[in-house]
Design a binder for this molecule. Structure first.
Ligand code: BYC
Length: 351
């Protein structure tokens, strides 16, 4: 709820109340007034984030049946299930803004909404699973920890738990890679090859350079984003270089050097034309990822129908036992939507 002093001032307009809450570092909640563009920005970002979690299960899911041991398989399964959970929290956060999960899913599979570019690259060896944990989850942590202070309450709160789980994911990736690096020469080469392929796409996860980012200024003004894309990319590089040294791998950037004056690493420019291509749907796995998501959604249709019918039956029974009109009692869609969300994810996990 709006609680800032100015917001409570008699006669404050909704716009003034909104601005006061943002300026006071407080939270906007679903029932508070908010500008349409603020709402639209949040729906865009949260939906894209939720889609990324769900699509992000695919590259690692590729290795579930081929994990080298029962332990590695159990870890990977748990990680993929966490990601399904993150997707659910985020779709639920998006729904507080008045959009429906089914509508968002439809936009994803028809190409009208984006998901992170990183998940359009193939996972060629089991070392990729470790590198995704280390670099991709590492980049996600840099990007997402500040989102715990986002001005929109439901998104900020969802991020707290997500970040805790992402930290665990990152450590499991690093531990996997440490194990491989202590193995044979061939295993060490496999890790280096995976690092070579994932390094630049990981840097691209932070989005275009600040000069080419149309949304950053406004999102920072609204305190949705707390740092620019380039600031977070730099933070990620500074965090990762010592970890690479400890691991014993070389980051594929010959121009990388320590800048004493800045107290940070200088690093090369990602290939921005590649990011544009991947975002536009022309990455190595875009078509496969979306098609797979569409198939999982369609395959799960009967479960959603059954769950909706069951929820309606329960409502009708409840209505009959309390003597209320079952038809009226059954008009709320919240319960059915929640049931849908749960079963659909279970379907996808079960694949
Ligand atoms: N990929 O003005 P900009 C995970 C788009 S999943 C695709 O800088 P903004 C995990 C951008 O949407 C974690 N599109 O935008 C899961 C915009 O397009 P529209 C995923 C990108 O929003 C499973 C346009 O380019 N994390 O951790 O201010 C396994 C211009 O960009 C990308 C999130 O979703 C990209 N990389 O900033 C393992 C974090 N970059 O919509 C791990 C939440 C940019 O205007 N999102 N675009 O047509 C964010 O923090 C921000 O949305 C971004 C972009 C930093 C990504």
């Amino acid at each position: 709820m709006v609680t800032a002093e100015v917001a409570e001032r008699p006669g404050a307009s909704p716009e003034e109340a909104f601005e006061a809450v943002i300026a006071a570092e407080q939270r906007i909640e679903p029932r508070d007034w908010m500008p349409d563009a603020y709402r639209a920005t949040l729906v865009r970002q949260i939906a894209q984030h939720a889609h990324s979690e769900i699509i992000g299960m695919q590259p690692e899911g590729n290795w579930l049946t081929r994990a080298p041991s029962l332990r590695r398989k159990a870890i990977l399964l748990a990680k993929a299930q966490d990601e399904a959970g993150h997707g659910l929290y985020l779709y639920a956060a998006a729904e507080t803004l008045g959009v429906d999960r089914a509508e968002l899913t439809e936009k994803l599979i028809s190409g009208r909404q984006k998901y992170s570019s990183i998940f359009n690259y193939p996972t060629l060896t089991f070392a990729d699973v470790g590198v995704i944990g280390w670099l991709v989850d590492g980049a996600a942590i840099c990007n997402q920890v500040p989102l715990c202070r986002c001005s929109y309450g439901p998104y900020a709160r969802a991020m707290v738990r997500i970040c805790k789980e992402e930290s665990f994911h990152q450590r499991q990736g690093y531990e996997l890679l440490m194990t491989l690096m202590r193995g044979t020469e061939a295993q060490r080469r496999m890790v280096q090859d995976a690092v070579d392929r994932w390094w630049w796409p990981s840097l691209m996860m932070f989005g275009p350079s600040d000069a080419a980012s149309p949304n950053t200024a406004r999102s920072m003004g609204w305190r949705i984003k707390r740092h620019t894309n380039d600031e977070l990319r730099q933070r990620f590089v500074d965090m990762t270089v010592p970890q690479a040294e400890h691991l014993g791998v070389t980051l594929p950037d010959p121009g990388m050097s320590w800048n004493e004056e800045r107290g940070s690493w200088d690093f090369g420019e990602p290939d921005w034309s590649e990011l544009t291509r991947v975002i536009q749907g022309q990455g190595p796995c875009n078509a496969q990822r979306v098609e797979r998501r569409r198939a999982a959604h369609e395959d799960g249709g009967w479960v959603r129908e059954a769950a909706t019918a069951y929820a309606e039956k329960r409502r009708a029974e409840a209505g009959a036992s309390t003597g209320t009109d079952a038809g009226t009692a059954g008009t709320g869609t919240g319960a059915a939507t929640k049931t849908d969300a749960g079963t659909e994810t279970e379907q996808e996990n079960g694949k």
